[in-house]
Design a protein around this ligand. Structure first.
Ligand SMILES: Cc1cc2nc3c(=O)[nH]c(=O)nc-3n(C[C@H](O)[C@H](O)[C@H](O)COP(=O)(O)O)c2cc1C
Length: 360
């Protein structure tokens, strides 16, 4: 099934393989598209992937998580982004852009010394950062920032936009009982914790119109004591589906969680597809396509996930850093990605650009 075409919301994918959003460190210092970034997407397109999702693009300067991060928080970025989508479309590729605000996982050193913003002032034990709780006005400003960024994404020619609602960044923080301790419109119970993503979704939909695919990547599980769990996550996804969401990508974890989003040492088939059970729970309650990410390495496991109806699309990050043409290699008979999940590619501080350190 892996190489059967798949269509949803006007997107016609040549196969079931997705490049999950992967921060590349290839934008310039000011967040503009570079030739190096375009080359990467040309390689991925040539490599046979069905759908590509860009590394997370910044919707507001207060949410910066990293250097050389792609930006979309101003109209000045549209021209460069348009060059990127044009290059991909020229080669018949399909590309979505992922939108992020880093929330409490942003770093003061990247924010001119300001405290990172979050739903609540909950100390992050991994970064040792105490964020500042956002005011109501600031929250609405960020809702608008997501809406504006989605508009820019569409104008720039992206085929779809994905909300980064996973991994403990701002949208995920509002959804998580661990990071959202508010008692107002934005938090206090599950209903109110849903409001931020709901308003973000509605602001984006208003800007892009009804006929444009909007997706979310979200945590099925924060992998944290007191965090979001799969039942609540499925209810959130179902409500977004009701509002008109087009697809959901299922992930998990945050900086603070002991088990990670990108789990290391995926060497045996049993270690693969580590969010598979969660994907299954999403599939059994939703009608929109479910994209599963997390440790997908061998063709047999991917086929099994699809055959069993545990997901509609298979998403990968680390294997495609090492082998951007992995889809073509699979199609030619390769059984397993070369990636050994050493996580060297995540050593953002050391690497000039994100790449596979095993190849050097
Ligand atoms: C270098 C690197 C950068 C990443 N950047 C992002 C990102 O920008 N947005 C996102 O949602 N996930 C990001 N992730 C997480 C991946 O998309 C994916 O969820 C995770 O790595 C598990 O999938 P894998 O086992 O196929 O790598 C990143 C992962 C890596 C290794």
């Amino acid at each position: 099934m892996l190489f059967e075409p798949f269509s949803f919301s006007g997107l016609n994918l040549r196969n079931r393989l997705v490049r999950s959003a992967t921060y590349e460190k290839r934008a310039d210092e000011d967040g503009f598209v570079t030739e190096s970034l375009i080359e990467l997407y040309e390689d991925l397109t040539r490599g046979g992937i069905g759908l590509m999702i860009t590394g997370n693009a910044l919707v507001h300067p207060s949410g910066r998580t990293i250097t050389q991060m792609l930006c979309i928080h101003s109209d000045i970025y549209i021209q460069g982004l348009r060059k990127l989508t044009a290059a991909v479309h020229e080669m018949k590729g399909i590309i979505a852009i992922q939108l992020v605000h880093g929330g409490r996982q942003s770093f003061p050193v990247l924010l001119g010394g300001s405290d990172p913003l979050a739903p609540s002032a909950v100390f992050d034990t991994s970064t040792k950062i105490m964020p500042r709780a956002m005011t109501d006005t600031e929250i609405w400003e960020m809702v608008d920032a997501f809406g504006d960024a989605a508009r820019r994404g569409r104008i720039a020619g992206f085929d779809a936009v994905q909300i980064h609602g996973a991994h403990g960044y701002l949208v995920s923080e509002f959804l998580s009982p661990h990071t959202n301790r508010r008692d107002d419109y934005w938090g206090g119970d599950e209903e109110r914790r849903f409001h931020f993503v709901e308003e973000v979704y509605k602001a984006m939909r208003k800007e892009v119109g009804e006929d444009y695919p909007l997706m979310i990547k979200m945590n099925a599980d924060d992998l944290m004591e007191g965090g979001l769990k799969v039942d609540g996550a499925v209810r959130i996804a179902a409500r977004l589906e009701e509002l008109g969401l087009d697809a959901v990508e299922v992930s998990g974890g945050m900086y603070e969680s002991s088990r990670k989003t990108a789990q290391p040492d995926i060497l045996d088939p049993e270690d693969e597809a580590y969010f598979r059970d969660r994907g299954k729970a999403f599939k059994s309650s939703l009608h929109i396509p479910v994209i599963l990410v997390g440790g997908m390495r061998s063709r047999t496991v991917m086929e099994e996930v699809l055959q069993k109806g545990e997901a509609d699309l298979i998403s990968m990050a680390r294997p495609l850093i090492r082998e951007p043409d992995l889809p073509n290699r699979f199609r030619e008979g390769k059984e397993r990605a070369d990636c050994i999940s050493c996580n060297g590619c995540m050593d953002f501080g050391k690497l000039d650009i994100v790449e596979c350190i095993q190849l050097h």
